[in-house]
Design a protein around this ligand. Structure first.
Ligand SMILES: Cc1cc2nc3c(=O)[nH]c(=O)nc-3n(C[C@H](O)[C@H](O)[C@H](O)COP(=O)(O)OP(=O)(O)OC[C@H]3O[C@@H](n4cnc5c(N)ncnc54)[C@H](O)[C@@H]3O)c2cc1C
Length: 496
């Protein structure tokens, strides 16, 4: 039997953008509280360390993807992966957070004991189980499998004589200079890769089953850069952050309320940036409404420029099979390829695959309901971070951290040891946690917790709304139950 070796007040799982942010909020609010971060990999940065494909970058602006507490000071608002990684690492190093990370610890199980009001967390380190205990478990493990991406089987792929790569596992020594490249996919990764590889490749073809909404945005935010020069980074940052929140919200609301207007704006912008006579409707006119799936941003129209220069092209068709030298399509057309990139997406994974148990009973995630999109019904002293799908991830991650800080303060102030969101309202009906039509979401959403039809179970996708609720809303809202040890099983406060 493994014996817990250590106790910390708060245990964070994951040292990506969210985990480092969570640690920063916690240690700023509670300098004397103990915490540790368990990180499965050997590096800080999560997504921004894992993905190494050419051109890897954000597709939302860094003034909102950056932390609230640390201004983004680079000129480029749509930033390269390495710059984002540096930002996360610098944040961790400057605040001494990096010293709290246990690298190579994969959390696999967490068991809550009401009697002790604490979690026992089991992690695997160098093949051996290790246990820690904690009063509060804060899971920042992102939303997808790190080991493999989504890889649909393509007929004949074994006979292909070229190289097949998935963007999640980019070989460091892959040289695409002078090569014919086919990128399968039409999402953010594909539209990033195509112009980035087109610089040196003989030609890059983006092969998509169906089109995606693609909007061009300046890589540099001129207003942000001017304000930073005038006011300094600290004072300019919140203004620019809000400017971008408001702009993003307006675009999202327009796409929900008047999709026709946005469709037409995006189409006309694409026509302006593509060669005369280009078949925009075949390749850039999706069948769904804007924001039913994530809208793709391209900085300074780089994808359109590569198409205009003849270095890249888009083919909208289906793969019939791989041949020895490329791909045969259902239309009968053939695409020659030396390198095929399968930008076919991610495999979603809830809570980094950690199995939860409460007082000896296994927690089945689809049977739980997410409270404020960050805690789980029936699971005490536990929070997780899942960011927005329609805005930058960190906007939500920061709010989750701020709420956790308020919650811990509330427990302290009232002498409570345990808090657990409880849904005993039979009129709350279930909703999917991510109300988003993208294929990678639809493939696995059944394995995730549910959201509910009404607050606080309803999934908020509005930053302004969440800000009011998470930063300023009451902690004791009736759905959150509090108790002291050892009156553990009995809630000391019932809803009004
Ligand atoms: C290519 C790409 C581009 C993206 N671009 C944007 C963008 O522009 N804007 C945006 O808002 N979002 C974007 N996203 C979403 C992106 O993942 C988030 O913005 C953000 O990086 C998530 O940070 P995170 O720390 O929550 O998760 P991650 O970055 O996934 O980090 C999670 C960390 O937890 C660790 N971990 C996981 N499971 C365990 C476990 N069981 N035990 C221990 N450690 C564990 C992982 O090793 C990892 O280090 C993008 C995603 C991808 C894949």
């Amino acid at each position: 039997m493994t014996v817990p070796t250590e106790h910390v007040d708060v245990l964070i799982i994951g040292a990506g953008l969210s985990g480092i942010g969570a640690a920063h909020h916690l240690q700023s609010a509670f300098p004397d509280r103990t915490y540790a971060i368990l990180e499965a990999r050997d590096a800080i940065g999560g997504t921004w360390d894992l993905f190494r494909y050419p051109g890897v970058r954000s597709d939302s602006d860094m003034h909102t993807l950056g932390y609230r507490f640390r201004p983004w000071t680079q000129a480029k608002a749509i930033a390269d992966g390495p710059a984002i990684l540096r930002y996360i690492r610098d944040t961790a190093a400057e605040a001494g957070i990096d010293r709290r990370i246990r690298f190579g610890y994969r959390a696999v199980r967490a068991a809550w004991s009401t009697q002790d009001a604490r979690w026992t967390v089991t992690a695997v380190h160098r093949g051996e189980p290790v246990q820690l205990t904690t009063n509060f478990l804060y899971v920042c493990t992102g939303y997808y499998h790190y080991d493999t991406g989504h890889a649909p089987h393509f007929p004949g792929i074994d006979r292909f004589g070229g190289t097949v790569v998935h963007p999640q596992h980019w070989p460091a020594n892959l040289d695409h200079a002078g090569k014919k490249v086919v990128v399968i996919g039409s999402g953010a990764t594909a539209v990033t890769l195509v112009p980035a590889m087109a610089d040196r490749a003989a030609h890059v073809t983006m092969l998509q089953r169906s089109p995606t909404y693609i909007m061009s945005l300046p890589a540099e935010d001129a207003i942000a850069n001017r304000l930073r020069r005038m006011l300094g980074a600290r004072r300019a940052y919140p203004i620019v952050r809000w400017k971008n929140v408001v702009l993003g919200t307006l675009i999202y609301q327009l796409s929900r309320r008047r999709p026709g207007i946005l469709r037409s704006l995006i189409r006309r912008a694409a026509i302006r940036q593509l060669p005369a006579g280009y078949d925009v409707d075949t390749h850039f006119k999706p069948r769904y409404q804007p924001w039913d799936q994530r809208l793709c941003l391209v900085p300074d129209g780089d994808l359109f420029t590569a198409i205009c220069q003849g270095r890249a092209s888009v083919v909208t068709d289906r793969i019939a099979e791989f041949t020895g030298t490329g791909l045969r399509l259902e239309s009968g057309a053939e695409l020659a390829a030396d390198i095929v990139v399968t930008a076919t997406g991610l495999r979603l994974l809830a809570l980094g695959g950690i199995r939860l148990a409460v007082d000896g009973r296994e927690v089945e995630l689809p049977e739980t309901m997410a409270y404020k999109g960050m805690m789980l019904s029936g699971v005490p002293n536990f929070a997780f971070t899942v960011g927005y799908t329609n805005a930058s991830w960190t906007l939500k991650a920061d709010l989750v951290s701020e709420y956790v800080v308020r919650l811990l303060r509330y427990l302290d102030a009232n002498g409570y040891h345990q808090c657990v969101p409880t849904n005993d309202d039979p009129t709350v009906t279930e909703r999917p946690l991510l109300d988003f039509q993208a294929g990678y979401v639809l493939r696995s959403i059944d394995e995730f917790p549910k959201a509910g039809s009404r607050p606080p179970w309803q999934l908020g996708m509005s930053y302004a709304h969440d800000l009011l609720k998470l930063r300023h809303g009451p902690i004791d809202d009736g759905a959150m139950r509090f108790s002291r040890r050892p009156l553990s099983h009995k809630a000391v406060r019932q809803p009004a």
